[in-house]
Design a binder for this molecule. Structure first.
Ligand code: NAP
Ligand code: MG
Length: 498
């Protein structure tokens, strides 16, 4: 037995001890074809269990169930306070089963238990935040000026069936985000997790049922993006697609969603700039730069992968950052000492290391890392934290999303130059600025063409604050009141009072 499984939560162990089924219309089912896919533990490469390989017919069944639950009720007719109660119950269940869920996340995705132990609280907070919204989605009365005695008001109504497609890099919280706001607003859902990390979503499906959501309100179909994902985005009975994943697939989804003009929201890739001025609190800036890139082993859409450092401190900062990476302990996520887990797959590891080679060919200098770790001998997909210096913003390593623990340091002279360089990217998701000058902080925060900016910190998220991207990093915002708008249609009602 591997070290992983020795410390595995008992219920998580039980959960993976059988082949998993998927959730359609309140029932746990195999795929119509009986085909399955394996999911692996990225720390060891070992197979954890199998899940159904859902295809077109399975998507059709799930969409039909979601359609019926929406059109015929009871979901659509359910009072908002009843929907809120169900979401609150789900939040409680997530907390009660928190360790099991966190362990399933670590097992399937590799993120350390040291990190995933915070996810159940974040997930429960998300469900509770949107449970609060369920009773507060209101329209307006509008003072129209046209002739006659006219009363005009708006209603915010659920969009209908939502196809929710999520990636492998944060499967637990991504699934939660894709359930909380749409359910609070009265939509029904077909959720398709990533093939590499289907487990937490399936366990959440069990909790959805335990909470008492009516059949068909939440359906979870496991299967490949190219078949099940495409079927969902092309389906004429799906009203909205919410997708988190790569920009390339995001573009395909916009195309296939155009078939019936689905509402589309996208959370895509990034190449976020993390800026350090010479006046910054130096130690804090080192820690922020490291957290900004190495969290989740760099497999984060908001990763601060381009590090802009003011020229006069550049050399020292880069070498101190390289030293700082020695604090990170790479290893199996179930080891309590680990703070950097493996990458998700052998393919991802190869892709990341290939970028390090590309950077060197482009003339950049690897200060530390850039190679696999000795832990690879155990079968996991590890890459050491990697700091690259002498990068310029036109290099491929500064323009393409690497999605691994690799940070590229670029020197700059002044605030105007750095804002310009930071914005020279097709992406616009996150950004960070480290400075003790409040004026510089705000000028950079306003100058960056990105959906999120963090000042003297990085990576903060909260269900009340909108999250999303400018440019090719996305479309729409999740969280806060903006999610409510994204999951509702606005209807204008005209009454002739004469
Ligand atoms: P991906 O290949 O785009 O996959 C994401 C999801 O889409 C998976 O469930 C995938 O299924 C599915 N999919 C693939 N092709 C599809 C298609 N043609 N039609 C419908 N669905 C399809 O991305 P990934 O490699 O899993 O995730 C990494 C990317 O996600 C990075 O670029 C990262 O920046 C981005 N990301 C963005 C955010 C954000 O909030 N902006 C958050 C996290 C990640 P399979 O698993 O079966 O391929
Ligand atoms: Mg897996």
């Amino acid at each position: 037995m591997s070290t992983t499984l020795i410390s595995l939560n008992r219920k998580a162990a039980e959960f993976i001890s059988t082949p998993k089924k998927m959730l359609i219309n309140g029932r746990w089912v195999e795929s119509v074809t009986n085909e399955t896919i394996e999911t692996r533990n990225p720390a060891t490469g070992e197979i954890i269990t199998t899940v159904p390989n859902g295809g077109v017919e399975d998507i059709n069944l799930a969409v039909a169930a979601a359609r019926k639950a929406f059109d015929d009720g009871p979901w659509r007719m359910m009072k908002p306070n009843e929907r809120a109660k169900l979401l609150l119950k789900l939040a409680d269940l997530v907390e009660e089963n928190g360790e099991e869920l966190a362990h399933l996340e670590t097992l399937d995705n590799g993120a350390p238990v040291n990190v995933t132990k915070y996810y159940p609280t974040a997930a429960a907070d998300d469900f509770r935040y949107y449970a609060g919204w369920a009773t507060k989605v209101t329209g307006q009365t509008i003072p129209v000026s046209i002739p006659g005695d006219i009363f005009n008001y708006t209603r915010k109504e659920a969009i209908g069936v939502c196809g929710q497609i999520i990636p492998w890099n944060g499967p637990f919280l991504m699934a939660v985000w894709k359930l909380s706001a749409p359910l609070a607003t009265g939509n029904t859902v077909v959720l398709k997790p990533a093939s590499l990390t289907p487990l937490v979503a399936l366990r959440l499906g069990e909790l959805v049922q335990e909470a008492g959501f009516p059949d068909g309100v939440v359906n979870i179909v496991t299967g490949s993006g190219s078949i099940a994902g495409t079927a969902l985005t092309e389906h004429p009975d799906v009203d909205k697609i919410a997708f988190t994943g790569s920009t390339e697939v995001g573009r395909q989804i916009m195309r296939s969603s155009s078939i019936n003009v689905k509402k589309v929201s996208l959370e895509l890739g990034g190449k976020s700039a993390h800026i350090v001025f010479a006046d910054a609190n130096y130690d804090q800036a080192i820690a922020n730069a490291a957290t900004g890139i190495f969290t989740n082993s760099g497999q984060a859409c908001v990763a601060g992968s381009r590090l802009f450092v003011e020229k006069k401190i550049y050399d020292n900062f880069m070498s101190d950052l390289a030293d700082y990476t020695k604090n990170f302990k790479l290893g199996d996520g179930f080891d309590q000492a680990t703070n950097l887990g493996p990458l998700i797959s052998a393919q991802q590891k190869d892709s990341v290391l290939n970028y390090v080679d590309i950077g060197q060919q482009e003339g950049a200098e690897v200060l530390i890392g850039g190679n696999t770790s000795e832990r690879d001998l155990e079968g996991g997909y590890y890459v050491k934290p990697t700091v690259i210096a002498n990068v310029n913003n036109n290099m491929r390593i500064a323009q393409e999303e690497i999605f691994g623990p690799v940070i590229s340091g670029i020197p700059f002279e002044d605030i105007d130059e750095v804002i310009k360089l930071a914005n020279q990217t097709e992406y616009g998701l996150g950004g960070g600025v480290n400075t003790t000058d409040v004026s510089k902080a705000h000028r950079v925060a306003h100058g960056l063409r990105t959906g999120n900016v963090w000042v003297n910190t990085y990576n903060l998220l909260d269900p009340a604050s909108p999250f999303g991207g400018y440019k090719q990093s996305g479309l729409g915002r999740e969280h806060g009141s903006e999610s409510i708008d994204m999951y509702t249609e606005t209807k204008s009602v005209w009454i002739n009072l004469d």
